[in-house]
Write a protein of this length. Structure first.
Length: 210
């Protein structure tokens, strides 16, 4: 297991099922691999990336559900693919320019108490910011997601990917704990979160000089 500390962010290169965290005071904000049929039916991008079928999707699903139960507050994108408790407090990402082969919106299950809310963002607007992760979420979407959380001690993303949730947490001034098992994505996350932390430090320093 490799652990990197970047400002107030702690990043684990590990399988989240092997990292034991106290989630009682954290906001769990994540976009996990969709457990149902993930292992047996790789998507086009998975085949292009030479990803082999996996046998751990059921364990991933159980892990997601268990973490949601233990966290103070949870926002799980793609949560409609998991066996989570009923909720009336969904978040939705509306994609006006989604191609016919893709869904026009994605849903996030939450453990919160609010009315359903939606965020409209064109997929094409992400193109200049893509870093290679096939399921990269818009930074503005993850920043918007954080605004629904109650006061928490930290943001935790056990499926960190390339670190977008971590960047949103850094910009919000919140400690972040991220876990990612794929080495390439972990390295991307470290680089992107370090850049975000440096940007925040420069902004803070310029504010002190005014």
């Amino acid at each position: 297991m490799r652990i990197e500390t970047i400002g107030s962010a702690t990043l684990y290169h590990a399988d989240c099922l092997d990292v034991d965290l106290d989630l009682s005071r954290v906001g769990l904000v994540t976009d996990p691999p969709y457990g149902i049929n993930y292992a047996s039916r790789p998507s086009k991008w998975q085949r292009r990336a030479s990803m082999e079928p996996r046998t751990w999707d059921e364990k991933i699903a159980e892990g997601v559900e268990g973490m949601a139960e233990r966290a103070l507050a949870s926002i799980i994108w793609g949560g409609n693919h998991y066996s989570l408790p009923p909720t009336c407090s969904w978040l939705a990402w509306i994609k006006p320019d989604a191609p016919p082969s893709n869904g026009q919106f994605e849903m996030a299950w939450t453990s919160l108490d609010h009315l359903t809310r939606y965020f409209m963002f064109h997929i094409g607007s992400m193109n200049p910011h893509r870093c290679g992760h096939p399921n990269q979420k818009p930074l503005s979407l993850m920043a918007w997601s954080l605004t629904f959380l109650p006061e928490v001690d930290a943001i935790v993303d056990p499926f960190m990917g390339s670190g977008t949730t971590g960047i949103a947490a850094v910009h919000a001034g919140l400690p972040f704990i991220g876990i990612e098992r794929e080495a390439d994505y972990f390295d991307q996350a470290c680089e992107r979160i370090a850049l975000a932390a440096n940007d925040e430090q420069r902004i803070a320093a310029s504010g002190r000089m005014l």
